[in-house]
Design a protein around this ligand. Structure first.
Ligand code: 28G
Length: 254
């Protein structure tokens, strides 16, 4: 195919079939389609940014509940690779967003290390979103792509220049799938604060831009789990002031 437009219905059907199991049985991938499942979408996307932080390339993650009820997650990592995958003939970005277990396709295996759902994250969220936009800043360029219920509208395209690097995913949870699509700030806050404790030194900002519900907080704990234990015990009589804390790096599993 030489055109930049994904206009062949056969190709769209292929993408749909690839993600069909997710839309057919969402519970198998995100646990449930209630408020819990809805908020799991956010965690799945944030987990991708955390993987990039654990790889040593991302320090800041922002989560925004947009005024229209969509959500944006942004990180300042290297950006999902935008090059064309040799065998598949599409960008790595599109592979990550349309293929279940896309991680395995890169031969890296076991790439996802932050927990969550075995690396099915981005494609599952895409399948369960009415629409999803991805912006990648990489190599001085701003790349962009739009999807509707998991199907790309067009190929990944360069839409501008960029001075920095990173990935931004904006998605509207599909009301055909979820019993509720109303984000609960406090639920996100509790989870993101835990994620910040577990990944010391990473800045995680949560912002609500919905009318009448505007607020914003940043979580960053230089002491990590040790700081969590200290805060947890703040109003208690502790036997020893310094928590037992062991920090050790082990070689990444292959
Ligand atoms: C903002 C919302 C969610 C991400 C990256 C960065 C890389 C990447 C993501 O690679 C494929 C598999 C293992 C290498 C990796 C960039 C290496 C070099 C990345 C995100 C290729 C995926 N340059 N940032 N994926 N890997 N952020 N945030 O999704 O072998 S996903």
């Amino acid at each position: 195919m030489t055109t930049n437009n994904v206009s062949y219905s056969e190709e769209q059907i292929q993408v749909l079939e690839g993600l069909e199991p997710v839309r057919k049985r969402p519970g198998m991938y995100i646990g449930s389609t209630d408020a819990r499942g809805l908020h799991h979408l956010a965690v799945e996307i944030v987990d991708n940014s955390i993987d990039e932080a654990l790889a040593g390339y991302c320090n800041n993650i922002t989560v925004v509940i947009n005024a229209d009820g969509s959500m944006s997650v942004q990180d300042d990592g290297r950006g999902i690779p935008c090059g064309i995958h040799k065998k598949e003939g599409i960008s790595a970005v599109e592979l990550c967003l349309t293929k279940l277990h896309a991680g395995g396709k890169f031969g890296g295996g076991g790439y996802k290390i932050s927990g969550g759902l075995h690396g099915v994250g981005l494609s599952c969220v895409n399948a369960l979103s009415e629409w999803l936009q991805v912006d990648v800043l990489q190599d001085g360029k701003h790349h962009y792509q739009m999807y509707r219920r998991g199907v790309p509208e067009a190929r990944l395209a360069v839409v501008g220049e960029a001075q920095s690097t990173g990935t931004k995913v904006t998605f509207m949870p599909d009301s055909e799938i979820f019993e509720t699509t109303d984000w609960e700030y406090d639920r996100l806050k509790t989870r993101l604060r835990e994620v910040a404790y577990l990944n010391k030194g990473i800045n995680i900002t949560l912002t609500d831009c919905r009318e009448g519900r505007e607020r914003s907080e940043t979580f960053c704990y230089e002491g990590g789990l040790k700081e969590f234990v200290q805060n947890y015990n703040r109003s208690k009589n502790v036997i020893f002031a310094e928590p037992l804390y062991i920090d050790k790096a082990v070689k990444e599993a292959k």
